[in-house]
Write a protein that binds this ligand. Structure first.
Ligand SMILES: Nc1nc2c(ncn2[C@@H]2O[C@H](COP(=O)(O)OP(=O)(O)OP(=O)(O)O)[C@@H](O)[C@H]2O)c(=O)[nH]1
Ligand SMILES: [Zn+2]
Length: 357
């Protein structure tokens, strides 16, 4: 493997998922930006505009069959490496996706092959355990390692900061939590120490918590978000977009795409089990295998809530998210049916009440 590829995150496990011999036919490159009909790829040396080979488009049956930022792709270069054709997507180590807003039950790829997600909340107004759990579910489900960053530590007294960290670690003792401040730079070194060359990171969190300021601090100069890629698509149109995968001086890479900015429609599924692992453990002790933990006799989860061993808030958030998860998995038709049934149910209840009056 060339050093240049290693620099942009290529490692043994990437190579292990490529059939031997295929690299005699193709070059390996990484997708650093996704445009409407084309991609910017990088081979560790230069950015090159690339398009998909017809076969890839023809065989695609879901959004997951198209490249995402961070993907490793097998390509052929043309015209003195000014243009490339993407032939294959190398199987992914992790994939971050979200539900598309609107009626169709579809999803959108946000980024591939992210190693670590920094989940950023500000210690002052944005701090919220329930929101943190939502992010954790998505990150765990996507096979990405989470690290929690608590920003704006300059605005709180040290004991308040400790209390908030304790609040998190009471329910999730294994989670790494780092408080920091962009303002007085405390904690920035801890963040830096957690960024390794060759690994790919992303920052998730609400608007205004300090993600952009943090990246600029990590880079050391305020160039982030100003670096634009301007390329010509094959149809002659110019596309100008911001780089979506950037390398920091320390050698770590950061993915930042518009879709990453808000959690909104992220899909929620298996990550629930990891995030609420203590509830999963309790559920195994419920009397009934199919216990819904709502009102059953012998429900170990409800029992724990009663005894104060499991907080009401955490229980409610778990219930809410597992409901959303089941709802998300339903097809559009099933959802309509369910919504209709619910509508009917409401009507029946309303009529019943009217008749009582
Ligand atoms: N006091 C304090 N203010 C901060 C800190 N970090 C960021 N800010 C301020 O918070 C505001 C938002 O910071 P951004 O870095 O733009 O936040 P963001 O998360 O990138 O927001 P979006 O770009 O909307 O996603 C700015 O006015 C920053 O100056 C911090 O550690 N302490
Ligand atoms: Zn139960």
């Amino acid at each position: 493997m060339s050093n240049n590829l290693k620099k942009i995150g290529c490692n043994k496990s990437v190579l292990a998922s490529i059939d031997s011999g295929i690299l005699e036919q193709f070059d390996l490159a990484r997708v650093v930006a996704v445009h409407k009909e084309s991609y910017t790829i990088n081979n560790g040396e230069i950015d090159v505009l690339a398009e998909l080979v017809g076969k890839l488009i023809f065989n695609a049956s879901s959004p997951a069959d198209y490249p995402a930022v961070g993907d490793w792709v097998l390509v052929n270069f043309y015209d003195e490496k000014t243009f490339a054709i993407i032939h294959e997507i190398v199987s992914r180590k992790s994939l971050l996706k979200r539900k598309t807003p609107g009626k169709k039950v579809e999803f959108q790829l946000i980024a591939a092959n992210i190693d670590v997600a920094f989940i950023v909340q500000s210690l002052n107004e944005n701090f919220n355990l329930r929101r943190l759990e939502r992010y954790l579910v998505v990150v765990n489900e996507s096979n990405i390692q989470p690290i929690v960053l608590l920003s704006k530590s300059d605005l709180l007294a040290p004991e308040d900061i400790t209390n908030r960290i304790n609040d998190i670690q009471k329910v999730m003792p294994d989670l790494q939590v780092i408080p920091f401040s962009n303002e007085n730079e405390s904690g920035l070194d801890s963040v830096r120490k957690n960024m390794q060359p060759g690994l790919t990171y992303c920052l998730l969190g609400s608007s205004g918590v300090g993600k952009t300021t943090l990246i600029n601090n990590l880079i050391g100069k305020s160039i982030y978000r100003t670096e634009a890629v301007s390329k010509k698509e094959s149809k002659g149109r110019h596309v100008t977009t911001h780089r979506q995968l950037t390398q920091l001086d320390c050698g770590a890479m950061v993915v930042d795409t518009p879709g990453m900015r808000e959690l909104g429609f992220f899909s929620v599924d298996t990550g629930i089990e990891e995030t609420f692992s203590e509830i999963m453990a309790l559920a195994e002790k419920c009397r009934y295998n199919d216990c819904t933990h709502i009102k059953e006799k012998g429900c170990a989860v409800l029992d724990a809530v009663d005894k104060g061993l499991l907080s009401q808030d955490r229980y409610h958030n778990y219930m809410k998210m597992s409901k959303e998860s089941t709802y998300n998995e339903m097809s559009y038709l099933e959802k309509r049916k369910k919504d209709k049934q619910f509508g009917k149910h409401c009507k029946t209840v309303m009529n019943y009440r009217k008749n009582l009056r």
